[in-house]
Write a protein that binds this ligand. Structure first.
Ligand code: F6R
Length: 609
């Protein structure tokens, strides 16, 4: 949340900075700004609203400069206004700062600085940074030591990039918020996330907490918090710039829904043993999980739903597992020991709630594993191990392809954990699971089939005037019902809720009327029970859309409309059903003219608690 970007080179930086901001807009989009050195001091442009307002202001002024910093904001402290937009500057306008995260001691610092005569122009926590630095510079400190001394006074989590006039250098650091360095030819980039500069370089340095970077057009230096040089390797990213572009689709979300067959194929590639006899991960050898007695999942939002799904897959294989909302875990921790495997499920690998709860589990002695999409992310680096879901970059704020890839990855992980435990206990490996592994291997084709024959648009017209939308399912279809409702409310702004099918009669049925369509999800297992729940809502006049394989003839005959999924292993039917629900949400949001890729009040990467 909030995207920061910076660029220094020997030619004009304005276009590269604006491109970087456009590529980071998914991290926040309520205001944007840019500061540049133009040879005559710092020029700062800030506009509330999306990037187009900033772009217009910059075009009008014909701004230019070879070094600059930029920011796209998701408000935490202060409303989205021109004044609160970043960059923030000091009283002398010689220091400009962009920041992602929260400076927890900002109120005390502001009070002290105000008492010493500093004037603040925004309500943000960030603005203390340039003013503190101004004082150190006035005392005669070098820019680098002023930057270090300033950072040492801040508490909280942050990534900060600073531009000081007439230095030709960028300074930046991170503590608990993401920041990467891009290495180009005679140019360097800093950004919250690599897609910001992917069009210009695929060479990246993943910075560690406490690292301080100094970059000029010619070179870069990285030192630790004590000022000692540290060696961070330059790595190549295998995401192409096209992966992070819309590629002819109207929205990133639509593109990412349609990328699911490819994403799933990448997720599974090389991880299912020949003959579907077992799952194998590049990071792990056989027996890696022999000692695991229980699994705890920590996650938020869509990733939480993927974890709920995985819990059921583990339970089916006899492995006890619990799922926690990461934001609640530290407040109300569950008992764990060194035989507990704690799995953080996080697309971005940067969600503050998830990172906080993983750190808590690690401090309590548990082994931690990150299941993430982003190589080099904080979760991947901080956990004992990491498994990558390999879905490719996801830019739309609503998570789509990454849910599918998370479920597939976690399904394979469940297989390896179960087998390691069974082998350690000298039990026979229950390779009846090969049907499951075959199902995982065919997920990509199944989703492709579904996307080709898809016809949800008529349904959208039929149900667009409803009062609310309910989603129900049993077993693995329960987390999918919750995920379907989350996606629906997130991008259509209509009221939607997901329930365990059998739970309706314990309360939520009171909400059901002829104006509340119910999406009922059928996996092929326990369908007759869900069908009873369908009849209960139909008796209250609600229309029912069944998401089902069409060989379930009783289901097809009972429901009012059908969204078809291909016949598959019941434990995996949720992946295809979820794709149908993504399409419904997408097309409904499109009809309602919603900002599909950037829904109001949200941001993709939530780096505050
Ligand atoms: C919903 C959505 C969010 C994220 C949540 C966790 O479409 O995208 O609910 O799933 O913020 O994010 P990650 O997975 O990056 O930890």
């Amino acid at each position: 949340m909030c995207g920061i970007t910076a660029r220094v080179g020997d030619d004009d930086a304005v276009d590269t900075l604006l491109t970087g901001l456009a590529n980071l807009e998914y991290r926040g989009y309520d205001s944007a700004g840019l500061a540049m050195e133009n040879g005559d001091g710092l020029e700062v442009y800030k506009r509330e609203g999306d990037l187009s307002s900033l772009r217009d202001a910059i075009d009008a002024e014909r701004a230019e400069g070879h070094i600059g910093i930029g920011h796209t904001r998701w408000s935490t402290h202060g409303a989205p206004t021109n004044e609160n937009a970043h960059p923030h500057t000091d009283c002398t306008n010689q220091v400009a700062v962009v920041h992602n995260g929260i400076i927890e001691n900002h109120a005390t610092l502001r009070e002290e600085l105000t008492a010493r005569g500093h004037t603040f122009t925004s309500e943000t926590d960030t603005e203390v940074v340039p003013h503190v630095m101004e004082e150190f510079l006035e005392e005669g400190a070098s820019v680098e030591s002023a930057f270090r001394d300033t950072i040492s006074m801040l508490s909280g989590s942050f990534a900060v990039a600073v531009l000081v006039e007439e230095t030709g250098e960028l300074y930046a650091t991170r503590k608990g918020s993401p920041l990467v360095l891009g290495v180009g030819e005679n140019e360097y980039f800093l950004a919250s996330d690599a897609p910001a500069f992917l069009e210009f370089t695929d060479q990246v340095v993943y910075l560690e907490d406490g690292d301080v970077v100094r970059a000029s057009a010619e070179d870069h230096h990285i030192t630790d918090a004590n000022g000692d040089p540290v060696d961070r390797p330059v790595q190549s990213i295998d995401w192409s710039p096209e992966d992070a572009e819309k590629g002819g689709y109207d929205h990133y979300m639509k593109k990412e829904i349609h990328e699911q067959p490819t994403a799933l194929a990448q997720t599974v590639r090389g991880r299912v043993e020949d003959g579907h006899t077992g799952a194998t991960f590049e990071a792990f050898s056989r027996g890696e999980f022999s000692d695991v007695k229980q699994v705890q999942f920590l996650a938020c939002g869509t990733s939480y739903h993927a974890a709920l799904y995985a819990q059921q897959l583990l339970a089916q294989r006899g492995v006890p597992a619990q799922v926690f909302r990461a934001g609640e875990y530290a407040t109300n921790p569950a008992p764990l020991g060194d035989d507990t495997l704690v799995v953080g499920v996080t697309q971005s690998g940067e969600t503050a709630d998830t990172l906080g709860s993983l750190r808590h589990a690690s401090d309590a002695g548990a082994r931690t594993l990150a299941v993430t999409n982003v190589v080099g992310s904080t979760a991947a680096r901080e956990c004992d191990d990491a498994v990558f879901i390999r879905a490719g970059p996801e830019i739309g704020v609503a998570a789509t392809k990454t849910f599918s890839s998370q479920v597939a990855t976690l399904g394979l992980l469940a297989e390896q954990i179960a087998r390691d435990r069974e082998e350690a206990n000298h039990e026979e490996y229950t390779s009846g699971q090969s049907a499951f592994l075959e199902g995982v291997s065919t997920l990509s084709e199944n989703v492709q089939w579904l996307l080709e024959g898809n016809d949800v648009e008529n349904l959208v017209d039929r149900y667009r005037d409803a009062d609310a939308y309910f989603f129900i399912g049993r077993g693995v279809m329960h987390p999918v019902a919750k995920e379907g409702a989350l996606k629906f409310k997130e991008i259509t702004y209509e009221h939607a809720e997901g329930f365990a099918a059998g739970e309706l009669k314990h309360g939520p049925l009171a909400l059901v009327t002829p104006d509340t369509p119910v999406f009922a999800l059928f996996s092929g297992e326990n369908d007759e029970k869900t069908l009873n729940n369908v009849k209960e809502v139909q008796a209250r006049g609600a229309p029912v859309i069944g998401v089902t394989a069409t060989d379930a003839s009783e289901v097809v005959d009972t429901v009012d409309d059908v969204l078809e999924i291909p016949p598959t292993h019941p434990a995996l039917a949720g992946v295809a059903a979820n794709v149908q629900l993504q399409l419904i949400s997408y097309h409904m949001a499109d009809r309602l003219n919603r900002a599909i890729d950037k829904p109001r009040n949200l941001a993709k990467s939530v780096t505050v608690e």
